[in-house]
Design a protein around this ligand. Structure first.
Ligand code: ADP
Length: 530
């Protein structure tokens, strides 16, 4: 973008104060709005809650004609329209529920230069599936009333992202069909691979990218070792919620619906006001739970990822992951629902080695599924020695550790970890794996741990090898590092009932065997924390 683009600033700022009652803009908002006002394509990458919506709502008021907003969820549209109406802005949506009269009125407004309608929300399905609607858009375009195309959650176009939706792919034709209409894409996903893919799919190779920082200074990041017994994890969580977050509002994320139901039940039995939320809970009950939580009548929502987009509660003091997320994007976004009011809030992950394999067997068919899960494992093992640094690195931001301000469990510790050369232990791990492969056995991570301890199938006991006694925690950590570094890798075996993840020697294994590799793993001194 050039300086000339900034000619819109005064108009934007004036409208901002008079209509939206907002005093100052946040980083990247003014740039984005100026560029889209100059009819250039751009994408804004900003964490959830950062203020992306204003970047098209305000320009919509200053533009002739209608801004078309593609949004993945009807509930998200409803929330936004409600707010816009409060500010006296004419906005509406077209979805399956629209009456004939409504459709007709909208279609008229699309062509009528005196109409007050400024923003029209639709789902990508509507564009992909309704030829008639596309024809109306063509007319609106010819009439010079198609002022801008906004694509919310634009990462949904890409299969590399964590939220791919086939109908978003269809949006690729928009630039061809309406070449003069500037596109503004919005997302909180920032990996280069996804962004490049999105540009390609939408046919906007030269679009401007604006990226706001992903650092949320008021969030304290922490990872805890998850006990192997469910009940033990529950009692730790109960103590945490009772002590650190007494009478505070929070979210507990779970891996499956069943897990979320079980956790809810347990928390309630321990006297914590908790509600359960997942895709199979009836719609009415879901909104009831959501509303009670918003009103602080329920303090803790125990949920699957279904509890996600559009949550805008300011005083969420904690987000606990009872199980790890399937990607750093998910983890970041879910954790990011805490502390929207800029007050200190905690994001805690219960990490257990076995959960990595639970996730990996679920996602290994997705193109980048395994990489995504290992990204979370790497965060939990704290490879970057600061949780914030891990997040920054993931989102491609430069990072100086001092910027964490002791706001993660690692930086908050006085003791430095102690580094150990664990090459020998690593070689033992490989020997056990090799032995399993030689005898045609599929060795899962848990079987490997058993074999190390001399338990389990006799055939896995390695002759001539007397693996040194190390704690299970440490061994798990070593295997985790070996996976991340490619010394071993996961393979998958299908049965009619389930999928088994088992370990095989990775491409780098020979290197390790040749004695020249050093696998140094840092152990933190404090127990119960990774
Ligand atoms: P996102 O879409 O990025 O998740 P939203 O657009 O929903 O975030 O904005 C989150 C909240 O921040 C909204 O309540 C919005 O009114 C508010 N907001 C946006 N920009 C500003 C600003 N410059 N100053 C103060 N509040 C803002």
């Amino acid at each position: 973008w050039d300086k000339q683009d900034f000619v819109w600033s005064n108009n934007l700022l004036e409208k901002m104060g008079s209509v939206f009652n907002i005093q100052t803009l946040r980083p990247m908002q003014l740039q984005t709005m100026n560029v889209t006002m100059s009819s250039k394509d751009c994408m804004l990458i900003m964490p959830t809650g950062g203020g992306k919506s204003l970047c098209f709502q305000l320009p919509a008021l200053l533009s002739k004609g209608i801004t078309l907003v593609v949004s993945p969820l009807v509930s998200l549209m409803e929330d936004q329209i409600m707010v816009l109406e409060k500010y006296g802005i004419d906005a509406t949506k077209l979805d399956a529920s629209a009456s004939k009269e409504k459709v007709k009125a909208v279609q008229e407004a699309m062509l009528d230069k005196n109409a007050s309608l400024k923003l029209l929300y639709v789902t990508p399905e509507k564009l992909a599936k309704s030829k008639r609607f596309m024809a109306k858009l063509e007319k609106m375009y010819q009439a010079g009333r198609f002022s801008r195309l906004v694509i919310d959650e634009v990462h949904c176009c890409s299969q590399w992202g964590h939220d791919f939706r086939p109908d978003y792919k269809f949006l690729g034709i928009m630039k061809r069909q309406f070449p003069e209409v500037p596109i503004l894409g919005l997302t909180a996903t920032a990996t280069t691979k996804v962004l490049e893919d999105v540009k390609k799919i939408l046919n906007i190779p030269n679009c401007h990218l604006f990226k706001a920082s992903f650092n949320r200074p008021n969030l304290f990041y922490e990872v805890k070792v998850k006990p192997s017994a469910f009940k033990e994890t529950i009692s730790e969580m109960v103590e945490l919620i009772d002590k650190r977050f007494r009478n505070k509002s929070g979210i507990v994320y779970c891996f499956t619906q069943k897990e979320s139901e079980e956790v809810t039940k347990e928390l309630r039995q321990h006297g914590i006001k908790a509600g359960c939320y997942h895709a199979n809970i009836p719609t009415k009950q879901k909104s009831q739970i959501h509303e009670m939580w918003l009103a602080d009548k329920i303090l803790v929502i125990v949920a699957t990822v279904a509890f996600g987009m559009g949550i805008d509660k300011p005083n969420v003091r904690f987000v606990i992951h009872h199980s790890i997320s399937k990607s750093m994007e998910n983890l970041y976004q879910e954790s990011g629902r805490a502390g929207r009011d800029d007050q200190r809030s905690d994001c805690i992950v219960y990490y257990r080695f076995a959960d990595v394999f639970k996730q990996s067997t679920m996602v290994f068919t997705e193109q980048t599924g395994l990489d995504n899960v290992y990204g979370v494992m790497s965060y939990c093992l704290d490879i970057s020695k600061c949780r914030r640094a891990s997040i920054a690195r993931h989102f491609g931001e430069l990072w100086d550790k001092s910027q964490c301000n002791k706001m993660c469990d690692h930086c908050n510790k006085d003791t430095e970890g102690e580094k150990r050369d664990v090459t020998k232990l690593g070689k033992n791990v490989l020997t056990i794996i090799d032995q399993a492969s030689a005898t045609d056995q599929r060795i899962t991570a848990l079987k490997l741990l058993d074999a190390w301890e001399g338990k389990g199938a006799g055939s896995l006991k390695v002759r001539g090898l007397d693996p040194p006694k190390v704690s299970r925690d440490k061994l798990e950590r070593i295997i985790g590092h070996m996976l991340l570094q490619g010394f071993i890798r996961e393979d998958f075996h299908f049965t009619p009932y389930n999928t088994i993840s088992y370990l095989v020697a990775g491409a780098k294994a020979n290197f390790l065997k040749s004695e020249s590799a050093k696998l140094a793993v840092e152990f933190l001194n404090k127990r119960r924390s990774l």
